[in-house]
Design a protein around this ligand. Structure first.
Ligand SMILES: *[C@@H]1O[C@H](CO)[C@@H](O)[C@H](O)[C@H]1NC(C)=O
Ligand SMILES: *[C@@H]1O[C@H](CO)[C@@H](O)[C@H](O)[C@H]1NC(C)=O
Length: 225
């Protein structure tokens, strides 16, 4: 498969190798922080895949890093789900992934609407890498560790490529999102940027080291790219 090239959040990096079209929709985006992100955890409740499925529609919570990487566990609706991860028609493929020039990835597995994908990123002090895990309904299915520098922000994305840029993406939710900084940054909340999304509110109870938002609601979006 071709990699899911992406906009690193906040800054547009047109990384279109081969795609004729790339488009972005709703987002909930934080950063950059004056500190750096040690750990981030969220649970994406998968919506129905677009119908018909067209290459390629991706949902991802990503972290842009000082190393220029994009840590981005993915849920992707492909035109041919079976060819990509052995999924059935109507299913998604999900896996741990980092975009660092090329798209690195862990095992790709099928996932269905209603599944809860927990995407966990944690800086590992002994290796200097970010360890990613993707779990489906609590069971780890895909992992990846990458040397990526330090994460500066966290944000969700709805990304279309090629024919998927003529489709509608269903509304979906991210639950129990927690972002833990290396040090207190009381200004982090002020960096929030939202497009076609709402949330239950971003809060910190320790002067800006740990940030939580219990529900992020991403609106349905129709591309007209
Ligand atoms: C990540 O979030 C899920 C869902 O809230 C939770 O079950 C899990 O324990 C969390 N994992 C870590 C490592 O924080
Ligand atoms: C850090 O990475 C090493 C090597 O992959 C692993 O054995 C260790 O469990 C990790 N540490 C933590 C705290 O997860």
């Amino acid at each position: 498969m071709r990699g899911i090239e992406a906009l690193a959040f906040l800054a547009a990096i047109g990384a279109a190798h081969g795609q004729s079209t790339v488009g972005f929709g709703p987002y909930f985006s934080l950063g950059p922080t004056q500190s750096w992100i040690r750990e981030a955890n969220t649970t994406l409740v998968l919506p129905e895949a677009p119908s018909p499925q067209k290459d390629r529609l991706a949902l991802w919570p990503g972290m842009g890093t000082s190393g220029g990487d994009l840590i981005q566990a993915l849920a992707v609706s492909f035109s041919d789900p079976n060819a990509n991860c052995g999924a059935s028609s109507g299913q998604w493929c999900t896996w741990a992934s980092t975009l660092e020039g090329t798209q690195l990835g862990g095992t790709e597995v099928p996932a269905s609407a209603g599944d809860k994908l927990t995407m966990h990123y944690k800086y590992n002090d002994s290796t200097g890498k970010y360890d990613q895990t993707v779990s489906i309904n609590g069971k780890v299915v895909s992992t990846l560790s990458t040397s990526s520098g330090e994460a500066q922000g966290w944000g969700t994305a709805v990304e279309c490529q090629d024919d998927a840029c003529h489709s509608t993406v269903a509304a979906h939710q991210y639950l129990e999102t927690t972002i833990i900084l290396n040090a207190e940054d009381s200004t982090f909340g002020n960096t929030l940027a939202i497009n076609e999304a709402t949330s239950s509110g971003l809060t910190t109870s320790d002067n800006g080291k740990t940030w939580t938002v219990s529900t992020i609601n991403i609106n349905s979006h129709t591309y007209n790219v």
